[in-house]
Write a protein that binds this ligand. Structure first.
Ligand code: ADP
Length: 361
């Protein structure tokens, strides 16, 4: 049986039971009231009134029952209409929910339900809409990711094809073509590795091996890794670690990966003759590592988005330089290790700061 009919019949059953109870109780209770009333009347009328007693009692009970019987059909009618309307509201909400879930199951993630009412049905619609919103965002992210990956792959693949054709036609020396092909292959390899890492970071599936280490250990490892590259590009690399900075609790290799990303970005965006400073500050709770450069800076309207996957301030200029997910990975790793990462920038350069929990926190 349809929900509408079931709800209506259950309401109707309640109404019939209520009416039956009303009749039964009026029969049981009314007799006592009527008898008392008649006794009083008989007392007022005197001895002649005694003959009237039976008549009065019978008449009054009959009148009451007739009145009730006449009123009940109207009451049932009004109650039935009310029951119909209330059943319809429940059924309408359930039907909307059914159609909505159908649409979502068919991939129509934009579908939403009307959110009227403050009762449980209204709550259900609001929860449904929130669920649909989350699904829509996840789906958008999936489509965006595939589009971005395809776009990122197209460039090195097109270059590879060009070099391979040049090699085949003999218009490029073998040595140069081989170098160029290897360079493009490295780009693709880096993209594949970064993509695999970004998906693991986003899924929270990166295994961490935290330990306590002095902030200087991390700073020196970063400096060591980049010393030569900075020298080659004529960019000064300075660092300061004040005394008294507490030790850090984190996965050393992952923390170094974050620092490496920031130092590599700073180098790429700072022209020769510029300067990059790595400084550290710490308190009981956490230790902050700051990479400050005197490079191009990042326009304020891009600051919010540079941690997003594949977001680049100037895609044409920075094409082929990085995989575009370095900062996404950095943010994911820092957050997994219990820290935060932020950026500030002006026309005189950018400042990236990430924190890691201090060992005494
Ligand atoms: P990429 O691989 O392109 O460097 P990232 O996620 O590391 O990807 O960085 C995202 C974008 O943020 C870069 O493409 C660049 O536009 C901008 N960016 C990052 N670091 C700096 C910096 N130090 N100075 C200026 N722009 C920066």
């Amino acid at each position: 049986m349809k929900l509408y009919a079931r709800l209506f019949l259950s309401h109707l059953l309640v109404i019939v039971i209520a009416m039956g109870t009303l009749l039964l109780f009026s029969e049981l209770l009314a007799s006592a009231f009527i008898r008392e009333h008649v006794e009083q009347m008989v007392a007022v009328i005197g001895p002649d009134g005694a003959n009237l007693r039976a008549d009065l009692e019978h008449g009054m009970r009959g009148t009451l029952t007739s009145a009730l019987l006449a009123a009940i059909p109207f009451a049932v009618l009004i109650a039935a209409v009310t029951a119909l309307l209330s059943a319809r509201r429940v059924v309408r909400s359930v039907a909307l929910l059914r159609d909505g879930s159908h649409a979502i199951a068919a991939g129509e993630y934009r579908r939403r339900l009307p959110e009227d009412g403050q009762d449980e049905l209204g709550d259900l619609a609001r929860h449904f809409n929130r669920m649909a919103g989350t699904l829509e965002r996840v789906e958008q992210g999936r489509v965006e990711l595939i589009t971005n990956v395809a776009h990122e792959l197209r460039t090195p693949v097109a270059a590879l094809r060009g070099f391979a054709e040049a090699l085949k036609d003999g218009v490029m020396p073998r040595e140069r073509a081989a170098d160029a092909i290897l360079r493009e292959m490295r780009t693709m390899e880096r993209l594949a590795n970064d993509l695999s890492l970004v998906s693991r970071v986003e899924a929270g599936a990166v295994e961490l091996h935290p330990r306590n280490f002095p902030a200087t250990e991390l700073v020196m490892a970063g400096i060591e890794r980049f010393k030569d590259a900075y020298e080659e590009r004529d960019v000064r690399l300075e660092w300061t670690v004040p005394s008294g900075v507490p030790d850090v609790t984190a996965d050393f290799e992952r923390a170094l990966q974050v620092l490496t990303n920031l130092l590599s970005n700073a180098l790429r965006h700072t022209p020769s003759g510029g300067r990059v400073t790595l400084s550290v500050q710490g308190d009981r709770d956490d230790v902050a590592f700051t990479v400050r450069d005197t490079g191009s800076g990042i326009p304020s309207e891009h600051l919010e988005r540079i941690f997003e996957r594949f977001y680049r301030v100037d895609p044409a200029r920075t094409r082929g330089e990085g995989s575009g997910v370095g900062l996404t990975i950095a943010r994911g790793l820092v957050e997994r290790m219990g820290g935060t990462i932020r950026v500030d920038s002006s026309s005189s350069g950018s400042v990236f700061t990430f924190t890691l929990p201090s060992a005494h926190g």
